[in-house]
Design a protein around this ligand. Sequence first.
Ligand SMILES: Nc1ncnc2c1ncn2[C@@H]1O[C@H](COP(=O)(O)OP(=O)(O)OP(=O)(O)O)[C@@H](O)[C@H]1O
Ligand SMILES: [Mg+2]
Length: 274
Amino acid sequence: MIEYIIKIDNVKFKYEKDSDYAVNGISLNIKNGEFTAIIGHNGSGKSTLAKLINSILLPSEGKIFVKGMDTSDDSKLWDIRQTAGMVFQNPDNQLVATIIEEDIAFGPENLGVEPAEIRKRVDDALNTVGMYEYRKRPPHLLSGGQKQRIAIAGILALNSDCIILDEPTAMLDPSGRREVLETLKKLNAEGKTVLLITHYMDEAVQADRVIVMDKGNIKLDGTPKEVFRNIDEIKRYGLDVPQVTELAQELIKEGLNLPPDIIDVKELVDILCQ
Ligand SMILES: Nc1ncnc2c1ncn2[C@@H]1O[C@H](COP(=O)(O)OP(=O)(O)OP(=O)(O)O)[C@@H](O)[C@H]1O
Ligand SMILES: [Mg+2]
């Protein structure tokens, strides 16, 4: 197994000749099995980076490898998209069939997978996202969170190693957001690599690794604790930090003896109660 499922090597990308670089010299390695959150203000280049990884866009400079495959190699396009499947923001634009199980079967059918194997993959994928009992229903009757779980199941049915999600919870209510996050954590625990683009800091703190983007560059990269303690810097990039981190740092300014990298309410409560 290759240790890095995604290798990004000094990549630049611009949409038009005279425009600024949307991605401006990014190098980044993602390990197999890692759960990474990417955060950044509007226009910082997050979606562009995701599309570059998925070979929807090609680098203007530099190279990207997905499981060792060069994203600018035409002959590898479908292999790459199968290895690193993408889930988008709008749950209504991703489901194509009139029945849920047919929707999930669509990908493997297109790859020419044997019918018996398709049946197994569809059932496994539906079970994994907790939607098996809905398999005969039409997708339009589902909630937003359920639709996103079906979109995730569609990628699982391709046997993808990695799932890239571009703000999958942006159009969901809090319970839908929770459903999707729980699903992603479960998949990650089972070995899938997850790359989650999000505007929600409470989602980012649940990742193994947080990457902060600004103006097409990576500004911070580390564990949630390493990243979110940099409150002033993160705010300069137009982002929020978790409320509990900010509260803890206010308390430190007031003279309390606390660690500066608290990201979890329970952690703060436990320390204050000691
Ligand atoms: N199709 C396009 N044509 C031209 N410029 C584009 C296109 N898509 C994005 N851009 C520009 O590229 C830059 C990066 O955009 P991108 O969509 O990657 O940012 P983002 O971080 O995903 O933002 P958001 O949080 O709003 O989704 C922005 O300046 C944007 O205006
Ligand atoms: Mg975007």
